[in-house]
Design a protein around this ligand. Structure first.
Ligand SMILES: NC(=O)c1ccc[n+]([C@@H]2O[C@H](COP(=O)([O-])OP(=O)(O)OC[C@H]3O[C@@H](n4cnc5c(N)ncnc54)[C@H](OP(=O)(O)O)[C@@H]3O)[C@@H](O)[C@H]2O)c1
Length: 251
């Protein structure tokens, strides 16, 4: 094993990725499996979860459990946790990645339903999953929780205000959970800037849309993997309660 392989090794660790069927979550799950982890792929669409899980096993030979769940629904999360522990006996890494930001015309047009669904998925679900799994990680002697946030939580604009507020809450959750579950379990925020996933299909992208970033472009989904592997593995053993920005140098 080379030196870098050792530092980022995840052999026989179990990594649960919400929203692991597509986009950044699929990249993170595949990256973890390539480093030796077994994975749980959880999202609403079971066919997508099965397809992503089969691909991971075909490419890496690792086990991958697909699981259908709506992360914004509190009462569905115990089932996800039970399924993961029944199948693998432990969870070493939880990646709270599932998230979304629906478009709206104006602040006045935001309905209570839209607001609640955004907060439920981006904040409430990660809180509940972290509580359920974090306490078990502490009892088991270790673990890492990664909350996938957005640069919008630091630079909110009027077109995604409920989302920005929910992700800002997620940032706060990271710090509080790091204290609550330390010194045994580490909790960090992986803060994404603009990435060209399905989310970006709704954007009105012009030639100069990303000119204000130091790198002057949006990210390609695989470019999240290195930072995620850092936070998942022992490479980040002295990082907790932190925010790691992967945003192309957003001002
Ligand atoms: N892409 C960006 O530019 C960007 C920027 C900043 C932050 N982020 C954050 O990065 C994370 C991943 O975003 P992405 O761009 O990869 O999104 P994406 O391509 O739209 O994928 C979203 C994933 O989440 C799952 N999902 C959506 N709603 C769900 C729900 N209610 N319950 C369970 N799973 C659900 C989806 O699967 P199903 O449809 O099957 O449920 C899918 O696997 C999100 O938290 C997002 O806020 C992204």
């Amino acid at each position: 094993m080379g030196y870098a392989d050792e530092v980022f090794d995840l052999t026989d660790r179990v990594v649960l990725v919400t929203g692991g069927s597509r986009g950044l979550g699929a990249e993170i799950a595949m990256g973890a499996a390539r480093c030796g982890a077994d994975v749980v792929i959880a999202s609403r669409n079971m066919d997508s979860c099965v397809a992503a899980a089969e691909k991971i096993t075909a490419v890496t030979g690792r086990s991958a459990l697909p699981y259908q769940v709506h992360v914004g629904r509190w009462d569905q999360l115990d089932g996800l946790v039970d399924a993961a522990y029944q199948r693998f006996g432990k969870v070493d890494v939880l990646v709270n990645n599932a998230g979304m930001s629906p478009l709206y015309e104006s602040l006045g047009s935001v309905t209570e339903k839209l607001f609640d669904s955004v907060v439920n998925l981006n904040l409430k679900g990660p809180f509940r999953l972290s509580a359920l799994i974090g306490e078990r990680m502490v009892a088991d002697g270790g673990g890492s929780i990664i909350n996938v946030s957005s640069s919008g939580s630091l630079r909110p604009d009027q077109y995604m205000l409920p989302y920005a507020a929910a992700k800002a809450g997620l940032n706060a959750l990271t710090e509080g959970l790091a204290k609550a579950f330390g010194p045994t379990v580490r909790v960090n925020t992986l803060m994404a800037g603009p990435f060209l996933t399905d989310i970006s299909k709704a954007w009105d992208i012009a030639d100069d849309s990303f000119g204000h970033l130091a790198l002057q472009r949006a990210g390609n989904p695989p470019e999240i993997i290195g930072a995620a592997l850092f936070l998942m593995s022992d490479a980040s053993s002295f990082s907790t309660g932190s925010i790691l920005r992967v945003d192309g140098g957003l001002p």
